[in-house]
Write a protein that binds this ligand. Sequence first.
Ligand code: AMP
Length: 174
Amino acid sequence: MGLAGSGKGTQGEILSKTLNYSYLSTGEYLRGYITGKRKEEMLAGKLISDSEMIEIINNFLSNSDDKTSTILDGFPRTLTQAEWLIKASKEKNFLVEGVIYLKVPEAELLQRLLGRGRQDDTAEAIKKRFSEYKNSTSPVLDYCKKNNIKIFEIDGSKEIEAVQAEIINKINQG
Ligand code: AMP
């Protein structure tokens, strides 16, 4: 977890290779097929509906074999998604190992995002994504804590390699 630009994709992909986990970015997945008005909404920084997101993850998990572990980048992003994931983990008997939370000051994120230049990296859409995060996504952290899921808080403002090293270090400590 982390605000837009905090490095979820970069760090998640590196970590998946190190741990030999599979990796799923919901944002990347959506960008692969979404069109029309919904694409515009997504590019404006609005979240996609919980029901669609849950269906995507449910299909993904149903098609993964029992021995595969996965890094989910961008899910859960709302309380409803988190509730579903924890309920599903109990029903389907899989483990939510923990949450990696990348913390970066907003001013730095703004610089990073404007420099990255993805289609949804406009000043207006960034503002919307930050506010979606504060309103919808940050309650997920508290919910996970309440459900005894480990949160690994990482200083995401450092260089890519240093952030990755801190992630590895913290998850090894458990
Ligand atoms: P990301 O690539 O993680 O920055 O996500 C890009 C965009 O995809 C977000 O701004 C949302 O519009 C959409 N998105 C990705 N994951 C989710 C999710 N779990 N729930 C709702 N919308 C999502």
